[in-house]
Write a protein that binds this ligand. Structure first.
Ligand code: AMP
Ligand code: MG
Length: 415
């Protein structure tokens, strides 16, 4: 008798569509500027005041009446950044001014210091020689030239990185509505697993997936929760899964989704919620499972990731990262794709599209990304993800893809 999976095999595209369809956007929360880096803004932001709020000098030099032109003029005062002049500049006079200082009344331009000479005079009022003719407005930032009052400076859906945070600070906005970081819990399953700090006994191995996934969650903008290791018993597993659902928006389990007797995750998820898929045509990661559970506190996503470390991380990037991004408010949550040329020939799989781990680098001579394979692609061999910044989407086909051919590369790290 052959045992077949009760789950139909979906394409990666269909599985991803279902995942994103089932992912809900949470309500926005207000957060202070110091806590929003990487978050997505939930509302448009308008500036209340213009910037600069006064006509400001862009140079150290002399505030002048432009029509006066070159010549020797008495200096009637000084104004530096942070204060208003208590005098005005009449035609035939100049005033010393520093960068960022408000232009004194009467002046309409600034001559930079390099185009002037200071001629000392006996009575204490220096005479300034102006060596350059300037047009009105020269070296002056008019009111509102950088930002107009009422202008939308940031739009809903934009990500808050350093520049955007600077813009908010300029506008005097010290807390903003953003989507919260999704809380993502990780549970490793398997009787064979011990904590990385322990020496494995006979038949045991160290749990690599939990530390790896917790780090991957943080890198993807989530808040990780460590649920530890569960043995392969119904009770232990169920207790941890309930805990994960109570504490997190997204629960990740690793292991226990294959076809063995002790692969208990799928039946458990059928019981705890709705399983949307349990098999995907891909290599590695075929048994990846996705379920939702609707609690009073809201919708939970559950991903049953395969136990093999590479399968676990590849399915995390392909399915969990887009879901996490959508939940964090990203308007376009998909992994970014670039085209890359193969540095060496790669074997193809006749039955499943393969996500081949590769390191992309820019080839400055040929003006393209070059994809270097990380070597043997066994799903147990985590070294095949070492230094990988891309998953090459290799087509399902017999044969080999030749060196120099172009493939889609899904970015999982910095280029
Ligand atoms: P499973 O999906 O539970 O059938 O596990 C598949 C393979 O991955 C087995 O060789 C497991 O020992 C291994 N494995 C499962 N979970 C982990 C883990 N957390 N860390 C390292 N290897 C694991
Ligand atoms: Mg297992």
């Amino acid at each position: 008798m052959t045992i077949s999976s009760p789950y139909s095999m979906l394409s990666v595209e269909d599985a991803l569509d279902i995942t994103l369809e089932q992912t809900r956007l949470p309500g926005a929360v207000r957060r202070p500027l110091s806590k929003v880096r990487g978050a997505i803004l939930a509302a448009d932001i308008a500036a209340k005041e213009p910037l600069p709020p006064f006509p400001a000098s862009t140079m150290d030099g002399y505030a002048v009446v432009a029509a006066d032109g070159t010549g020797d003029y008495p200096m009637v005062g000084e104004v530096s950044a942070g204060a208003l002049a208590d005098f005005s500049v009449q035609p035939g006079t100049v005033a010393y001014i520093t960068t960022g200082a408000p232009l004194p009344g009467g002046a309409d331009a600034v001559v930079m210091i390099e185009e002037t000479e200071k001629l000392q005079q006996g009575n204490g009022v220096p005479t300034i020689r102006i060596n350059q003719n300037v047009a009105p407005g020269t070296n002056v930032r008019p009111i509102g030239v950088d930002v107009e009052a009422g202008q939308t400076v940031l739009a809903a859906g934009e990500r808050l990185d350093p520049a955007e945070i600077g813009i908010l600070a300029t506008a005097g906005i010290v807390d903003v509505p953003v989507y919260p970081r999704p809380k993502v819990a990780v549970l490793s399953t398997g009787d064979e697993l011990v904590d990385p700090a322990q020496k494995p006994g006979p038949g045991q191995i160290r749990d690599s997936n939990r530390a790896m996934l917790l780090a991957a969650i943080r890198a993807a903008g989530g808040d990780p929760i460590d649920l530890g290791i569960s043995g392969d018993t119904q009770e232990a597993l169920e207790r941890r899964v309930r805990q994960g659902l109570a504490e997190a928006d997204i629960l990740l389990t690793s292991g226990g989704v294959s076809m063995g007797d002790l692969d208990l995750v799928k039946p458990l998820l059928e019981h705890a919620g709705t399983v949307h898929y349990g098999r995907v045509r891909m290599k590695p990661g075929k048994p990846v499972t996705f379920a939702t559970a609707d609690l009073e506190e809201g919708r939970r996503l559950v991903f049953g990731l395969p136990g093999n470390p590479v399968s676990s991380l590849v399915t995390f990037y392909l399915f969990v990262v887009p879901a996490l991004r959508k939940m964090a408010g990203w308007p376009d949550p998909a992994l970014r794709v670039v085209q890359a040329r193969l540095a060496q020939p790669l074997p193809l799989d006749a039955y499943r599209p393969e996500y081949h781990r590769a390191t992309l680098s820019w080839d400055g001579r040929r003006h393209c990304f070059l994809a270097a394979s990380t070597g043997i692609q066994a799903s147990s061999r985590l070294l095949s993800m070492r230094t990988a910044n891309a998953l090459l989407a290799l087509p399902q086909r017999e044969g080999v893809m030749a060196a120099g051919e172009t493939v889609d590369a899904l970015l999982i790290g910095e280029l």
